[in-house]
Design a protein around this ligand. Structure first.
Ligand code: NOJ
Length: 535
């Protein structure tokens, strides 16, 4: 009898010691991880003190850490399983359009190799993957033809595999690429018909994938798409007029406004459809992803400060104000007058708060200089189409430092759009293709500085719920072809071999640390359990 009491006491004590031991072990591991990160390879290059200064900040447990990609830049398989040509397939085929004469016919062959790429993501520890669907794979002839079940089956398999890996798909309906059929038939974004096509496409995607996809964005960077497609003519459909570019046809003043208007109407149609037919049952969120530039006034003068506001109006709020407030920004209305298309009463019905979140692609900042009240050097921008602002990266020969812009941009969106949910849907660093470049400490420095700025914005109250690194892999960088590399994994384009760079280990470690420090993690639970036991 006595013996068993002694045993019980011993057992109780030993489990007490065990719990204390586990707690200490946990503490030691977390400390070692932090210490090891501060004495690693990149120590010479980045100020990890800065990272540690932010350590009191804990990302919420369900914060999305991911990597981002797009169909044309990654998939390849350009005519596989029933897909037909997209506008980018056709555009890259025109000689002289792409820096190295390349195309996305094979790209990084993600169409066939995505299972291996998901393994890489799993190894990084990301919990989300931002990808886009190829419209031409799902509807090769738009609404004028059948749904291509080859495309639907592929994305069904892929979405299931993403989820099986424990990763949340964050899906963009169109990331610059559309079926070429729509260009040939009616001039795509210049024609209001595109809205019907986009709605039809969105309906098919929500119907086939919406039971599993909980994050939708309608467009990726429509501002870039219209500025480069219809003002400078450097992206398809290569339309522009002088002095903005050298195209065989187009009107750089009017067409970007028309294309943007049709994109906004298409976004509204898709959101309205999702909200009325799918959202309640599928319980997802829908938003739009914008390219953002932080415009810093080049001087303290009122003129330059107003110029910075105009720059945002002509770049970002051009798209966001209509879908949140139902009208174009004041600065645009004042300068463009009747050139700006109007919303009808019908359009406006669905146009208030037609966003659950804004996706912020943030890479860069510019100085904004007034060209409305001041004289700007000719040929340096600052036209009426750009809101009479000259935007430049340099001031007195010096570059605007990094990461100026991330915190400011997130706070700007938070204030203007009343604390709307934000996701940083892209941020990353491109390097010229000069060798293998596995030691990409500049990318590490860039991303860690931007993440610090993101944390500062969250501390100030910005409702940021995710961060996606652009990109997991080197890939097809639009008109730069394969000459610029953005990957945390190097890709040998001839063998398709993927090799991790420094940034891959850094991002993995970053995510691990922030998971370990997040509020309701395993260690803290253990601590609570142990405390309970000791009482
Ligand atoms: C933004 C675009 O969405 C993406 O397609 C592009 O590759 C990256 N920026 C890098 O330029």
């Amino acid at each position: 009898m006595k013996k068993s009491i002694v045993y019980e006491i011993m057992e109780t004590k030993s489990s007490m010691y065990l719990s204390q031991f586990r707690l200490w072990l946990c503490f030691i591991i977390t400390t070692l991880v932090s210490l090891s990160s501060s004495t690693r390879w990149y120590d010479d290059h980045i100020s990890l003190k800065e990272i540690h200064a932010e350590e009191t900040f804990h990302f919420p447990k369900n914060f999305l850490f991911g990597t981002a990609s797009s169909a044309y830049q990654y998939e390849g398989a350009y005519l596989t399983d029933g897909k037909t040509l997209s506008n980018w397939d056709v555009f890259t085929n025109i000689s002289g359009k792409i820096a190295d004469g390349s195309h996305g016919k094979v790209a990084v062959d993600h169409y066939h190799r995505y299972p291996g790429d998901l393994d890489l993501m799993e190894d990084l520890g990301v919990n989300s993957y931002r990808l886009s669907l190829s419209w031409a794979r799902i509807l090769p002839k738009g609404r004028f033809g059948d749904v291509n079940m080859g495309g639907i089956d592929h994305y069904n398999r892929m979405i299931n595999d993403i989820l099986k890996t424990g990763i949340e798909p964050f899906v963009t309906l169109t990331h610059y690429d559309i079926p070429q059929e729509l260009e040939y038939r009616y001039g795509s974004w210049l024609n209001p018909q595109i809205r019907e096509d986009f709605e039809h496409y969105a309906n098919i995607c929500f119907r086939h994938f919406g039971d599993r996809v909980k994050f939708w964005s309608t467009f990726n960077e429509p501002n870039v798409q219209v500025i480069l497609g219809y003002r400078t003519g450097t992206y398809p459909p290569s339309r522009c007029s002088k002095p903005f570019g050298n195209c065989s046809c187009g009107d750089s003043y009017i067409e970007p406004l028309v294309a943007a208007h049709n994109i906004i109407l298409s976004h509204l149609a898709a959101v309205n459809l999702y909200r009325t037919k799918f959202q309640e049952q599928q319980r997802g969120q829908i938003g739009i992803v914008m390219n953002t530039i932080w415009f810093e006034p080049i001087s303290d003068s009122l003129a330059d400060r107003l110029a910075a506001d105009r720059a945002q109006a002509f770049y970002l709020t051009w798209f966001l104000d209509p879908v949140v407030f139902g009208r174009y920004p004041r600065e645009m209305r004042e300068i463009l007058g009747d050139d700006l298309p109007e919303f009808t009463k019908d359009d406006l019905k669905s146009s208030k708060n037609a966003l659950d979140f804004i996706g912020i692609n943030q890479y860069t900042s510019r100085y904004a200089k007034d060209c409305l009240h001041s004289v700007c050097e000719p040929g340096k921008g600052g036209s009426r189409a750009e809101g009479f602002v000259y935007a430049n990266a340099l001031k007195d020969g010096l570059r605007l430092g990094e990461p100026v812009g991330m915190e400011e941009m997130l706070m700007y969106a938070t204030e203007r759009y009343k604390n709307i949910t934000l996701y940083v849907t892209e941020n990353g660093f491109g390097e010229n293709n000069t060798g293998v470049l596995l030691n990409d400490y500049q990318r590490v420095k860039f991303m860690s500085n931007y993440l610090d700025a993101l944390k500062r914005a969250m501390r100030k109250g910005a409702d940021v719920r995710g961060y996606f690194a652009w990109s997991l892999l080197d890939n097809f960088e639009w008109i730069s072809g394969y000459t610029i590399r953005f990957g945390m994994y190097h890709v040998d384009f001839s063998t398709q071999e993927r090799t991790p760079r420094l940034s891959a280990s850094w991002y993995k470690n970053f995510i691990f640390q922030h998971r370990a420090l997040s509020k309701d993690d395993w260690c803290l639970k253990q601590k609570e359990d142990t405390n309970f036991f000791l009482i």
